[in-house]
Each structure stands twice: as structure tokens, then as C-alpha cells.
Design a protein around this ligand. Sequence first.
Ligand SMILES: C[S@@+](CC[C@H](N)C(=O)[O-])C[C@H]1O[C@@H](n2cnc3c(N)ncnc32)[C@H](O)[C@@H]1O
Length: 177
Amino acid sequence: MKKALLHLNHALIKSLIQKDDVVVDMTCGNGYDTEFLASLTTKVYTFDIQLSALKKTKEKLTKYTNIDYIHDSFEQVSKYVDFANMYVFNLGYLPGGDKTITTKKEITLKTIKSLHQNIQLGSHIIIMAYIGHDEGHNEYLMLHDYLKAQKDYQIYETKALHHDLAPVLMWIQKKDS
Ligand SMILES: C[S@@+](CC[C@H](N)C(=O)[O-])C[C@H]1O[C@@H](n2cnc3c(N)ncnc32)[C@H](O)[C@@H]1O
């Protein structure tokens, strides 16, 4: 289930971004999304609060010279990145890592709110939310409630129909009319 949605997520990202776009991986983790983004665009910023995740990813992705690794929380993104065509969130905890180091609902909501209010026309926010654990479920519900109330943006959500705890993919795009 997760694999199918990740596939959809990457297919969506690939269809939206151009070679010279600037993109931000808000949660570097094991670097799979960072690598995917770096293979598609000219500039990638990747954030994580875990230095070890950034270090491992950097060691793995030596062939890419277009990645800036930023050891900070994604809520600080505007300190480092003036503009991006896309912001990619893969929420939750690092697979195979410490499950207590997970994205936190208040920080995630605050960051999404700020991006949502400040992104330029045509920019995108992509979010993979994992609802199979309590913090992730509450995080998703907070985001969902906030985004549902935002009528001036195109906002989409998709999940597996027959699996209640399957991850949810969200896509926010600022309308151009
Ligand atoms: C599900 S993993 C990301 C998976 C990753 N995109 C990949 O392709 O392997 C979530 C990551 O978010 C990081 N994280 C949690 N809170 C964060 C925050 N406030 N800012 C940046 N990263 C955060 C965790 O340390 C963890 O590595």
C-alpha cells in the first residue's frame, strides 16, 4: 500500500517539476526523496533534525553536487530558502530509526500554514502523512482540518480506499485564477 502511494507521489512530483526548479525536501531521512529530487532538478535543499540522517544521505549521494544539506527543523526553512517551486514533506519517523524522533503536529501545522500563506503562484506543497501511529494520525487530522478550510487553493488528498490506516498523499497548489 505504502509502496503504491510512494510511486504515485513520485509520479506526481515528476509530472510537476522542471529541470531548473528549486525544490526542498523538508524531511531528508534516508534520502530516497532527496535523491529522486536531485535527479530531476538543478537545486535541492534537504532538511533534517537528525544529523546522522543527513550525514548518511550525503555519503550515499556523492554523485550529486546540487544538494544543500541543512541540519535544522523545517519550520526554519525561510531562513535558508527564499523561494522554491516545491516543498516535499514525508512525515513521521525514520524507518529503521528512533521512532520517538518524529515530526510533531504543532510544528508541522505551523510550517504548512506559513508556506501555504507565502508560496508563490504555481508552487506546490506535497505531503505524505502516515496515520498508522497516534502522533501521525493527529498530525494528519490537524493538517486536514486546516487545509479543508482553505478555499483559495487547489488542495487534493488521496489514499487507499480499503485500508483505513494507509498513508495519505496531499497536494497543495496555489490557484492561478
Ligand atoms: C519518514 S522520514 C523521511 C523519509 C525520507 N524522505 C526518505 O526518503 O527516506 C521523516 C524524517 O523527518 C525528520 N524530522 C522530524 N521532525 C523534523 C523537523 N521538524 N524538521 C526536519 N526534519 C524532521 C526525522 O528525523 C526523519 O528523518
